[in-house]
Design a protein around this ligand. Structure first.
Ligand code: ZN
Length: 262
């Protein structure tokens, strides 16, 4: 039995956590969030995430976020490959498409996504995917690759959800589900996600769950608040917390750590 929570997406390298990373991890563990996937968003950040993962016996991703697609170096894939050979680095990402903020040109986002999907396929590693307002293009691109992984912070519509599930992806649910204004659509879609494909993540320091009480003075989200997301999810699904914990943690270990790390 897995009697602990796993946070499937933490931006521990964020400057918002500077000097506090050890305390954030300690508070997570005190809240029984025992495993964290630390997200890398560019080569330097992925290196930092790997170092933090090693220090705290956690796991990390290595990849380039669509926001950073415009500034990749000529040899960024080599750097990512090196990072991905480290035992604590378990997935390619965060990579994907963001047509909401468009911080990088769309064709460049797609190119860098395709390169990372090809890398994940050749290394047979899972991907940690980001998609905002780009599900049609994302689903089209995915058709060209055989990869497994998670569509993190899912906030899309019914047809996007069905497309990702058909493709075989897991679905990451964040504190967005706790937002009575923005989370409405997501709440109605949640029961359509099979429990064995569901992962929970805070996306800390972003997306503080709006239902959290008392509200932290810092206004920052932390992996220690994952149980708040879990309790909202359990209520919406009419399932008990222990079952949700067992299932989502098992999903995480099966997806990201089935080779050697458990
Ligand atoms: Zn993201």
């Amino acid at each position: 039995m897995l009697a602990h929570w796993v946070d499937c997406g933490v931006n521990l390298t964020s400057s918002q956590f500077a000097e506090q990373t050890a305390a954030v991890v300690t508070r997570a563990k005190a809240a029984n969030v025992q495993q964290l996937l630390l997200i890398g968003c560019d080569v330097a950040g992925s290196n930092q995430a790997a170092e933090l993962a090693k220090t705290h016996q956690l796991v990390a991703t290595a990849g380039v976020h669509p926001h950073d697609a415009k500034s990749v170096s000529a040899n960024y894939l080599q750097h990512l490959s090196q990072l991905l050979s480290r035992p604590e680095v378990v997935a390619v990402g965060e990579c994907g498409l963001d047509f909401n903020r468009d911080f990088s040109p769309r064709d460049q986002q797609e190119k860098v996504l395709r390169e990372q999907l090809a890398l994940a396929q050749s290394l047979q590693l899972p991907v940690y995917l980001h998609e905002r307002d780009a599900s049609e293009t994302m689903l089209k691109v995915l058709q060209d690759y055989r990869v497994h992984g998670v569509l993190h912070c899912f906030t899309g519509n019914h047809s996007a959800l069905m497309g990702y599930l058909d493709y075989g992806l897991h679905i990451g649910i964040t504190g967005w589900i706790c937002d009575e204004r923005r989370g409405d659509k997501l709440r109605t879609l949640l029961p359509e996600i099979p429990l064995e494909r569901l992962l929970l993540e805070t996306d800390a320091p972003y997306l503080l769950p709006r239902t959290l009480r008392p509200k932290p003075k810092s206004g920052k989200n932390e992996p220690a608040y994952l149980p708040e997301i879990a309790s909202q999810v359990a209520t919406l699904l009419g399932t008990d917390l222990a079952h949700l914990q067992q299932q989502t943690s098992a999903n995480f270990y099966r997806l990201f750590m089935s080779q050697s790390h458990v």
